[in-house]
Write a protein that binds this ligand. Structure first.
Ligand code: SAH
Ligand code: SF4
Ligand code: F3S
Length: 438
């Protein structure tokens, strides 16, 4: 019997892919270990979205070179495997195989080459959470991991935003069959899932060829699945997100009150250079309708500072958008050139120092708004899905609200093993909320 170590970097797409790889390995009778030094097969599922993500992966691969037992195999999967296919051999010669995100059908074959028998009967036991966290040392979360399940509805992306590596690593858009998606969701519910997150780089571009079912239609159909308590989705693209989707969301009782709609920046000049395919006015019009139909939802976004050619005046527009309190939360990134993408060779790259300054200014402005949003929950009782003991303080439990806000509360025997609890919110912080079991 082979034992597998699996570590995941990157976005939820990668987490979902890792779950799929783990399932395949488990179905062949493999067991899982959190000790890379004990594993026969080590899998690192990688990310290439920014230079920092790559650096972390190569750092980890370097460590694993010394940790792995002689004779064990190291597989690099995911976006960096695809992006660095030609140079991986040189940069990390101890890697035994590469599988890009579109090659996971070859995974079992690879395991077979590495001596895993493929004719064994399927295991009789339940599969337990197998993937090591991006930050190891987080004990006790595995028991709760199945409560919030990730279900892909599309693969790939063909938007080709000029800064982005994803279309090159994940290939063109493919929409999965609604039957396949439904079956996956039912399986997760049977395994105890309370919340399903539908995944795609741009879920709004979902289109089922044979029936013409679009994302709004898919939401309506999936929302009606028996036993599905909470439904949510990632990520929406402002070009394709429309009133139809908002209307569907407003009608579906189990959809969670949050929308992630990355704007990237507020300058039309920069948006055009990014090939985002919308103007800031169009974005604002869409969110105005969204706010009108869905008051008290959380709107979150992604922002990039220091895109090539971003002037002080361009940046001021983005800052103003954030200062107006447009978003309940935002992920803010310094532009990172990705070789092979059009933006990497554009003139007028912004100096690193200046990117960091803009990042900090924007972060500070957003924090103000996020904190106000968190304050607005004080005195309320919020339903929470438990994610496990708090990473920072093991005497507390942590979980997420429907708005996706982190909540912590003192651990007690009464609530220790419950998947969902109601928390009376007492304090608000930049990072989230604290309270006690109601
Ligand atoms: N498909 C999603 C997000 C994909 S990547 C979308 O279109 O919104 C997640 C976020 O990473 C992006 O929204 C963007 O803000 C950021 N990002 C992508 N490429 C980047 C790069 N080269 N440098 C900095 N940030 C980047
Ligand atoms: Fe990248 Fe743009 Fe596709 Fe998002 S929509 S994955 S940012 S190319
Ligand atoms: Fe990274 Fe690939 Fe996701 S580059 S962010 S793992 S799509």
């Amino acid at each position: 019997m082979s034992s597998v170590y699996l570590q995941t970097f990157g976005c939820q797409m990668n987490v979902a892919d890792s779950n799929g790889l783990a399932y395949q390995a488990w179905s062949l009778g493999c067991t899982f270990t959190e000790e890379p030094g004990e594993a026969d097969i080590l899998i690192v599922n990688t990310c290439a979205i920014r230079e920092k993500a790559e650096t972390r992966v190569y750092g980890r691969l370097g460590q694993l070179k010394n940790i792995k037992r002689p004779g064990s195999k190291l597989l690099v999967a995911g976006c960096l495997a695809e992006k660095d296919r030609q140079v991986m051999q040189k940069k990390a010669p101890h890697v035994d195989a590469l599988l890009g995100p579109r090659e996971y059908r070859r995974f079992k074959q690879l395991l077979a080459q590495w001596g895993v028998p493929t004719d064994a009967p399927p295991p009789q036991t339940e599969m337990r959470a197998a993937s090591a966290e991006d930050d190891p040392g987080h004990d006790g979360a595995a028991q709760f991991a199945h409560l919030r399940a990730l279900v892909s509805i599309t693969r790939g992306c063909e938007k080709f935003c000029t800064y982005c590596i994803v279309p090159y690593t994940r290939g063109p858009l493919e929409s999965l069959d609604p039957e396949e998606i439904e079956a996956h969701i039912r399986r997760e519910i049977r395994c105890g899932a309370k919340e399903i997150t539908l995944l795609g780089q741009n879920v709004n571009s979902y289109i089922h060829g044979p029936t013409g079912l679009n994302f709004a239609g898919l939401l309506r159909r999936l929302s009606a699945i028996d036993g599905l308590e909470r439904l949510t989705f990632l990520t929406s693209h402002p070009k394709d997100f429309d009133g139809d989707v908002v209307d569907a969301l407003a009608q579906l009782p189990n959809v969670q009150p949050r929308l992630h709609l990355p704007v990237q920046c507020a300058s039309n000049r920069v948006l055009a250079a990014m090939a985002r395919l919308y103007t800031i006015e169009e974005y604002l019009e869409k969110i105005a309708y969204f706010r009108e139909r869905l008051p008290r939802w959380a709107l979150t976004t992604d922002l990039i500072v220091g895109f090539p050619g971003e002037s002080e005046a361009d940046f001021a527009q983005t800052l103003e958008l954030v200062e107006r309190g447009t978003f309940e939360a935002a992920f803010i990134f310094a532009y990172s050139p990705r070789s092979g993408t059009p933006a990497a060779t554009m003139a007028a790259q912004v100096p690193p120092q200046e990117k960091i300054r803009r990042l900090q200014v924007l972060n500070t402005a957003q924090m103000q708004r996020t904190n106000d949003f968190h304050q607005s929950f004080i005195g309320e009782t919020v339903p929470v899905i438990v994610s496990g003991p708090s990473k920072k303080d093991a005497s507390r439990m942590a979980g997420k609200t429907g708005h996706n806000v982190t909540v912590v509360w003192p651990r007690d025997a009464r609530s220790e093993h419950r998947p969902c609890v109601d928390i009376a919110v007492e304090q608000a912080y930049n990072w989230g909320l604290a309270g006690r079991v109601a």
